[in-house]
Design a protein around this ligand. Structure first.
Ligand code: URA
Length: 219
């Protein structure tokens, strides 16, 4: 995990050869939907482990069958709410749940309109109870214009005041991340990599194409 010097609280994973290999497979236009979905699951799981590195650790003692020794508990691991932004976040959520098995899960369906406005329409939102002890992880693989995430974050903040709000993605654009950090400086962002730019249709370049279409086998 590397801190991106351009913003506070934005972390990329370029120091992980494993994750960069997964990202390379996701980028490859020849990768079809089954390995693509598997790649998103791997990404979610890896992000979960990286997020855990930033959580509070409590030292405890544990009795092995032979003697007492030191151990640790990641306290906040059980206080996690995962918000799944349909569609492409579904496989990522599957990976995150492997790490945060106690997580409560919320679902958001948001449709992004066409350029140049990219107006977002939220047509379904179901969010579990959020307490001030919770870490809310919003899974959204592509932080492109940031419009959907701005709506989702604003909505989550109406449901409660969690300890942390983290966006977990595969790729970000400088434009999208800047918009989110300007409006919500408290929100942390964990992404595989920040790519070069957005094109006029709001796609990340070089990117990986439409993550939802590729994950669910649309042409
Ligand atoms: N959503 C995607 O799936 N890909 C992009 O490049 C931008 C938004």
């Amino acid at each position: 995990m590397i801190k991106d010097g351009r913003w506070d609280g934005v972390y990329t994973m370029e120091d992980s050869p494993y994750l960069m290999e997964v990202l390379t497979e996701l980028r490859d236009k020849e990768t079809d939907s089954i390995p693509f979905r598997k790649g998103l699951v791997k990404f979610g799981r890896f992000m979960g482990y990286e997020i855990i590195k930033t959580m509070e650790i409590e030292k405890i003692t544990v009795e092995t069958p032979l003697e007492e020794t030191e151990g640790v508990v990641v306290r906040d691991r059980k206080n996690v709410v995962i918000i799944t932004v349909l569609r492409a976040a579904v496989p990522m959520m599957e990976g995150l749940v492997k790490v945060f098995e106690h997580a409560r899960i919320g679902i958001v369906s948001a449709v992004r309109g066409k350029a140049p406005e990219f107006r977002v329409e939220m047509n379904y939102i179901k969010v579990p109870h959020i307490s001030d002890e919770d870490t809310v992880i919003i899974a959204d693989p592509m932080i492109a214009t940031g419009s959907t995430l701005l709506e989702v974050i604003a909505e989550i903040k109406k449901y409660g005041s969690p300890k942390r709000i983290i966006v977990a993605g595969v790729l970000g654009s400088p434009e999208g991340i800047s918009r989110i950090k300007e409006k919500h400086p408290d929100v942390e962002i964990f992404v595989g990599k920040v790519d070069r730019e957005l094109n006029d249709d709001g796609y990340i370049l070089p990117g990986l194409g439409d993550a939802g279409d590729r994950a669910f086998g649309l042409p």
